[in-house]
Write a protein that binds this ligand. Structure first.
Ligand SMILES: Nc1ncnc2c1ncn2[C@@H]1O[C@H](COP(=O)(O)OP(=O)(O)O)[C@@H](O)[C@H]1O
Ligand SMILES: [Mg+2]
Length: 264
């Protein structure tokens, strides 16, 4: 039986590389022989689109077999898992209706812990080494659910002038969540979309490394158009072009995560 580690990729800033990092770390972990469940917590369906083609994703989004329906009806998530074309990767697909998930949560008893409760069977079944969750760029009741169901948070931060903006809100939100879910820790910050020709990359890195008691992953994720070509083909870059720079970087990040967790 496997011990299952749940990691959420979140940052209230949109475009910081959450979905791309989450999907490719998942694909890299799977390639290294780990069994991974990807949970798409965003109405933009980007995590689902990383593994399945658009028709399939829209089919799930319109059906009753998606995360939104499970939360709405408080159904065990074990019955919402679908397979992907990739070995060791399963998925819980999302729906555009996730836009109204806050409304659904509002009336429910112990609403912060609904996802944790619905994920319990899957987690305790020992089927997966990792459950990776992609969050929307908000800090509300739904992201609170994602974090309360997680062991670890990874914050992707874009190496851009606005990349750090709002990070203080994210830390504050994490602290509040930890009061409800003491088992949750920050695994680290990953710097994404790095362009070393630009000065603000250095600034971002220095500012993040100056934060006390916060791990900044040494694996950097550079801007690479192969990532976008892979997304255009509904594939993780790990599988689309295994020899590419970005495939190697996401693989290195996944290895770094595994190493930290074994030490943790
Ligand atoms: N390493 C990368 N190289 C090039 N483009 C990237 C990279 N990572 C993310 N992107 C692009 O940046 C945009 C935002 O990334 P995404 O993962 O969707 O962020 P988020 O989920 O935080 O909104 C997307 O268009 C994506 O294709
Ligand atoms: Mg996203």
């Amino acid at each position: 039986m496997k011990h299952t580690t749940v990691i959420c990729f979140a940052n209230n800033k949109g475009g910081s590389g959450k979905s791309t990092t989450c999907s490719n770390v998942g694909a890299a972990l799977a390639k290294s022989g780990k069994k991974v469940l990807m949970l798409d917590g965003d109405m933009q369906l980007n995590l689902s689109l990383s593994f399945l083609d658009e028709d399939k994703v829209l089919e799930y989004a319109k059906s009753s077999n998606n995360l939104y329906q499970a939360i709405k009806e408080q159904k065990d998530l074990k019955d919402y898992i679908v397979s992907t074309p990739y070995e060791n990767v399963d998925l819980i697909p999302s729906s555009t209706l996730m836009s109204s998930i806050e409304y659904e949560l509002f009336t429910k008893w112990q609403r912060e812990f609904i996802l944790r409760k619905l994920l319990k069977t899957v987690r305790e079944s020992g089927t997966y080494d990792y459950i990776l969750m992609d969050a929307p760029p908000t800090l509300g009741g739904w992201v609170l659910n994602l974090l309360c169901a997680s062991d670890y948070l990874v914050i992707p931060v874009e190496a851009s002038p606005w990349g750090l903006f709002g990070l203080a809100n994210m830390f504050e939100f994490l602290q509040t969540t930890q009061e409800m879910a003491p088992g949750l820790s920050l695994l680290g910050i990953v710097i994404t979309k790095v362009d070393e020709r630009k000065n603000y990359f250095k600034q971002t890195k220095e500012s993040l490394e100056a934060l006390e008691d916060i791990h900044v992953f040494s694996s950097l994720i550079h801007v690479d158009s192969t990532v976008e070509w892979a997304q255009d083909n509904s594939k993780p870059v790990i599988n689309y072009k295994p020899g590419s720079r970005s495939a190697k970087e996401y693989t290195a990040l996944a290895e770094e995560i595994k190493t930290i967790l074994q030490e943790a």
